[in-house]
Design a protein around this ligand. Sequence first.
Ligand code: PGA
Length: 253
Amino acid sequence: MRTPILAGNWKMNKTVAEAEALVRAMIDPLVAIEGVDKVFCPPFMAIPAVARLVEGTPIGVGAQDMYWEESGAYTGEISPLMVAEFCRYVIIGHSERREHFGETDETVNNKIRAALQHGLVPIVCVGETLEQRDAGITDAWVSGQVEAALRGIPAEQVAGIIMAYEPIWAIGTGRAATAADAEHICGNVVRATITRLFGQTTADAVRIQYGGSVNSANAAELLAQPNVDGGLVGGASLKAEDFVAVVRAAVPA
Ligand code: PGA
């Protein structure tokens, strides 16, 4: 049995003061929900403050990205050592980073390796565009992204990685994938690819999130799918009552 994991990807939202207020409003109701792992992924500037507030609770903290080198002349970047001071998780390869910031399969692979080396749990994002979906190449595309992301990583490390299937057309659009489509890609594509490359035992251990317009109305059906082991939640993670409702919907029946 895989424990569901819900992560709030706050993207470029919330000042430190706003982040603290949001966390304070969510801590008690989230801690009361058992059987689900919860993670906040604030912007870098707010990470130390959020980490301080959730210290001693089972709520995890994650970064939204990081560089792969430990230190040096990389102006503007944040290293895995710096992330690991405060975080257990790090989102890698979000489609917004691939689209706007030149992230490639190769940089994604470098970052996953660096995260694992520093004891961080990577949340690795994959997903197709609307054009790819309309062209009927979603399965092949997503499978290729999974293979490229995990290239050269030992199976025992792959087992601890979290994958996030996020169809790009569903992100921030209010148009989530159907539960059947999410289940198909998470199970028949992402998990099947990991099975082919790393074996059944590893694939069975990997948790696969769905992301893209998850909200309190659609979360229960999406998260009830056997191969959907949680969610990566953007917009609905910015309001306390919405995120708490989404996490509540993940409690195994
Ligand atoms: P959304 O974003 O929930 O606002 O669609 C999800 C994500 O990009 O991780």
